[in-house]
Design a protein around this ligand. Structure first.
Ligand code: GDP
Length: 201
């Protein structure tokens, strides 16, 4: 898919106020510093469409972008635990879970994982939650350029192996680098294919 246009539409913290149009929507989420803003800018080939860490004004908001005038890219804030409830169950921030539970336009989420790190409980728990709620998601491994090819392969394999301890099968995944553009075509073509099947459904 070629990116012909990418425009910021709105930011808000309430899912009911998100754009009402029924076009396909894809959400990007991950822990802070995972490389989400860099990835969005790389995918869109825009220098600062998504605000990178450390820039002021980066608050807890759902950010909608209109791409090629026919689909929405959503930049969600980094997730974290909202509280530890009485049953000592950790719960994700409500406006993030609300977004996933209520946003009917969402066709697929991309959960970003820094490929350098060992599997982190919060990411695994977030994906468990997505699975329980039957929200379709893929994994995007970020910062692939930071590892040598062999180490990269090993880290991805170990991550998938960890997931298979609790999942019957692993979700589709992409290996990306915002520094050198690895994975750009794969992610965009994947979105393009879903958009096409949506158009004929
Ligand atoms: P966010 O908080 O998830 O939006 O993360 P950012 O996009 O702001 O990235 C966090 C840090 O990681 C920044 O210093 C980026 O320059 C760096 N970074 C992000 N993606 C990559 C990547 O693919 N390769 C390399 N080498 N660094 C990256």
């Amino acid at each position: 898919m070629q990116i012909k246009s990418a425009e910021f539409i709105m930011s808000n913290s309430i899912v009911a106020k998100c754009p009402p149009s029924r076009i396909p929507e894809y959400a990007f989420i991950g822990r802070s510093n995972v490389g989400k803003s860099s990835l969005i800018n790389m995918l869109m080939q825009r220098k600062s469409l998504a605000k990178t860490s450390g820039r002021p004004g980066k608050t807890q908001l759902i950010n909608h972008f209109l791409i090629n005038k026919n689909w929405h890219l959503v930049d969600l804030p980094g997730y974290g635990y909202a509280r530890v409830s009485k049953s000592s169950k950790k719960v994700f921030q409500k406006f993030i879970t609300d977004y996933f539970l209520k946003r009917e336009q969402l066709l697929c989420a991309f959960v970003l994982i820094d490929v350098r790190h060992e599997p982190q409980p919060i990411d695994l728990q977030f994906m468990e939650w997505m699975g329980e709620k039957q929200i379709p998601f893929n994994i995007i491994f970020t910062k692939a350029d930071k590892l040598k090819p062999k180490a990269l392969e090993r880290h991805v394999e170990l991550y998938l192996k960890k997931m298979l301890e609790t999942w019957e099968e692993v979700p589709p995944y992409f290996v990306t680098s915002s520094a050198d553009g690895t994975g750009r075509e794969e992610v965009l073509n994947y979105i393009g294919e879903i958009n096409e099947s949506f158009a004929y459904s």
